[in-house]
Every structure is written in C-alpha cells, then in structure tokens.
Design a protein around this ligand. Structure first.
Ligand SMILES: [Zn+2]
Length: 224
C-alpha cells in the first residue's frame, strides 16, 4: 500500500526527524525516513495533512492537553499507524471510540441513549469482533496486507529476550494462544525494513511452526 503524503513535507519534520520526500529512481516521490523515527514521522505527517486544531469526531477545538490521534481501524484489530489510518481527535472521543471502527462508532453514538438498541448493537458488535478474532484477527482492508509465512525481513534484534516481558508481547502471545492467529501486522518499508509490528514478528519467529503473519508493505516509504 501507499501511505498518504503531502505535496511538501514540513521543514520541521525534516529537521526534527530527518525524513524527506524525494523521487525514487527518477519516478514517483517516496518518503525517506530513519527507521527509529518512523512512528513520530507518521504522527507529524498526519497532523500536517489533517490539521491539529479540530477533533475529527466532535468538531471541538483541540489544545495541547486534549489532542490525540485515533486509529480509524482500531489498533487491537491490527490498525496500523500511518496517516491513512490516523485522525486527530480529542482524548475524550478517542476513549469513547475505543475498539470500534469509525462506522461502528457512529452507529454506537446514534443508539447510545436507547437502552434496547444499544444493548442489541453491543451484542452484535461483540459477536462480530469475536468472529473476526477467530479468522485473521484483523480488520484492515484486504488490499492493505498479505498473509505471509516468509519472515525474511530486516529487523534489529536485541541480544536479550527482554522484549518477551513487555505487555504488548504478552498480549500478542495471549491472543495467539486463544485464537491461533497473529493479529498484529508487521509493517515493512519497500526496502524490507521492519518499522512496526516487531513483537508480532518475534512471536512468529519463536513459534515452533511457521504461522501466517499479516504483512503491510509501505510501497512509497524507504527506511534509511
Ligand atoms: Zn472529540
């Protein structure tokens, strides 16, 4: 997939994170980004393109203390941190939206004051999400990812196993044990560098059998 890019990139982003836009082999423009600055660059690009002053959901003004970024496709179901999937919003809306997709959240808002409708809606959603978990566990559009058994990508590996103690690794492991699928995509750049989903990749590598892992390839991003 291609990530959304602005025509020009803020000077501040280039100065702070070292990311820049340039043609690749004389053709399309691609984003060159230091691997360690990937996440920060994605957040900054989202604010640059979508604004940082108005909540996407409620329209209220954002301040430095209320501002946050929401994943349109929720993180718990594989939502990745790229501008295509991020919107600026207030922390209040972000908390309320929780694990809903955008569409589900609007539906929830429209029924939340009617006890019966709300109850029926929440039951339906929880069933739908449970079903999803039992399949691939991710909610992203099919054209964004592929399921792969080949994990031959560039990733910096610590000499210790300390990552196994992180809450995120434990969470991915628990979900794998319950549902048999790895539901966090491994995000790689077009030059095969892992920029997100490191823990999912490590879990896959640690399993005795090769399992399918969702991979998102960012075709217009090059890690430097
Ligand atoms: Zn809001």
């Amino acid at each position: 997939m291609n990530i959304k890019l602005p025509r020009r990139i803020d000077k501040r982003i280039t100065e702070e994170y070292g990311a820049y836009l340039a043609p690749n082999r004389g053709k399309e423009r691609v984003l060159y980004v230091p691997q360690a600055m990937f996440e920060k660059t994605m957040y900054a690009l989202t604010y640059q393109m979508k604004g940082d002053d108005i909540c996407y959901y409620c329209g209220n003004p954002l301040t430095s203390s209320t501002r946050s970024l929401d994943h349109l496709y929720p993180r718990d179901y594989g939502g990745i941190s790229v501008p295509n999937n991020l919107v600026p919003c207030c922390k209040d809306c972000n908390g309320k939206k929780n694990n809903f997709t955008e569409e589900e959240y609007y539906r929830f808002k429209s029924v939340k004051y009617d006890y019966e409708l709300k109850k029926a809606f929440l039951e339906k959603i929880s069933k739908k999400h449970e079903e999803l978990r039992r399949k691939e566990g991710i909610i992203l559009p099919k054209e964004w990812y592929t399921l792969q058994r080949d994990y031959n990508v560039l990733v910096q590996i610590n000499s210790t196993d300390s990552y196994k103690k992180t809450s995120q690794y434990i969470r991915v492991t628990e979900l794998y044990e319950t549902y048999g699928s790895i539901c966090k995509p491994v995000v790689i750049t077009s030059n095969h560098v892992v920029v997100d989903g490191f823990l999912a990749l490590m879990l896959a590598k640690n399993l005795p059998n090769k399992v399918k892992v969702p991979f998102v390839t960012l075709d217009n991003v090059i890690a430097i």
